[in-house]
Design a protein around this ligand. Structure first.
Ligand SMILES: Cc1cc2nc3c(=O)[nH]c(=O)nc-3n(C[C@H](O)[C@H](O)[C@H](O)COP(=O)(O)O)c2cc1C
Length: 154
């Protein structure tokens, strides 16, 4: 069983719904999974020896939603080294905003996690609202792959 923190960035609730679905599926597989809205630094770092999933949409021009932006800046400023943390990012966006901005929020967080020396558990998922009306269609197969990787780790 893995301890998994799911950290959410959302404007309209789509990423939050996907995070809740992820948590329910992980708990059904016997994992200890919890969703955090507007997460703070200490909660995030408490997962330094565990698993973190970041589920975030993109707003503005390729930016993180406000509810995850605070944590992003705290991590940038305090720069904890997270070499024992395994993480994966599920990004939600819309390719009509252009290649440079598509899923920009998820990409920003992914890049920061690498800078903090966290270990990628799985490659980032970019969900395109232009292609997928229901984010779970893309999200659940990706989560299954994450669960398989967790099984290999334990
Ligand atoms: C004002 C606004 C700005 C957006 N900017 C971007 C963007 O720069 N890049 C992108 O990929 N998607 C962008 N999107 C699309 C959202 O990220 C996408 O619709 C997402 O599914 C919304 O998820 P949420 O319900 O969790 O906020 C934008 C949407 C809105 C309404």
């Amino acid at each position: 069983m893995a301890r998994i923190g799911i950290f959410v960035g959302t404007v309209y609730g789509g990423a939050s719904g996907l995070a809740d679905t992820f948590a329910a599926n992980l708990v059904a597989k016997g994992h200890d999974a919890e969703v955090f809205q507007e997460p703070d630094f200490d909660t995030f770092v408490s997962y330094q020896n565990d698993i973190v999933l970041v589920v975030t949409s993109t707003t503005g021009q390729g930016e993180l939603p406000d509810d995850l932006l605070v944590l992003y800046h705290q991590l940038r400023d305090r720069f904890p080294l997270l070499s024992a943390m395994h993480y994966a990012v599920a990004a939600m966006g819309d390719s009509s905003y252009g290649e440079d901005r598509f899923c920009g929020g998820g990409r920003l967080f992914d890049e920061l996690m690498l800078e903090l020396t966290a270990v990628p558990l799985h490659s980032r998922l970019d969900i395109d609202a232009c292609e997928t009306f229901d984010p779970e269609e893309a999200g659940l197969p990706w989560l299954d792959e994450v669960i398989q990787k967790l099984a290999v780790m334990s």
